[in-house]
Design a protein around this ligand. Sequence first.
Ligand SMILES: *[C@@H]1O[C@H](CO)[C@@H](O)[C@H](O)[C@H]1NC(C)=O
Length: 292
Amino acid sequence: MPLTARPVVRYVALVFVIIIALHSILTFTHAGYSRATSLSSLLSPAASASPDKVPAEYFQDVVPDYAVGLPNANPDPNTNHNGHLLVRKANATLLMLARNSDLEGAVKSVREVEDRFNRKFGYPWVFLNEEEFSEGFKKRISVLTTAPVSFGRVPAEHWYPPSWIDEQKAAAGRKKLQDEGVIYGGSESYRNMCRFNSGFFFRHPLLTQYRYYWRVEPDVHFHCEVDFDPFLFMGDHGKVYGFTITMYEFEKTIPTLWAAVRAFVAAHPAYVARENAAAFVSDDGEGYNLCH
Ligand SMILES: *[C@@H]1O[C@H](CO)[C@@H](O)[C@H](O)[C@H]1NC(C)=O
């Protein structure tokens, strides 16, 4: 009968609207709920259990700023909304190599990392510079976070090339690359930075006290919330290195690298780790695929 059917339709519609509204509110306020009910996890329940996914225990739900400190904002301060422990923390730091002149870019990066990740996790920061940091730099950076911040200087022998490098030959090589328009071709400081980051950073006294570091550069941007702890995930799963993007190397910057690596491997096979990343850098086991 039309007269009774219409109110029923109205009630069904009302209930439907309420469910949708509740779902939207929960999605916006509870990251865990949002993850559990997102279309992709509903459509493929198996994918949630895939070993490649970061398990829920590494996520920390966000308490919106307006709710911090309010009663019941986070009923038990030792657990997040999923009921997992928050108190576990990794032995890790955020590391930035910067110059005094990088201040504005450094400020932007720290702000974004703090906003998107670290205000929830509170990992300490370490700043390293080839020179002394200015008081102004330290002051501007220190006010951006409540986490501990330390400033250190890179020892000269970790920064400048060793004395046995033929500086004339090196300078001629840089000039050649510069003339060919190769990126960073003529830059000495870029090479010093690469050298430091390839073999010396972890020997710095400010870093030997940590097991993991996250390298953050000046003027980088984080557009998405990072709401899980990558350090804990890595530690628990035996990971030593993580990255989000790999680009193609400019072949002109490394004309002799691959041949040198292959010659070294042939001469010293004992130094090749059993579980290594050879398949990542070579598609056919012979040539370098330029993954960088
Ligand atoms: C953190 O790791 C470093 C390097 O492995 C170690 O020396 C240090 O004792 C660790 N600190 C803590 C608190 O476990």
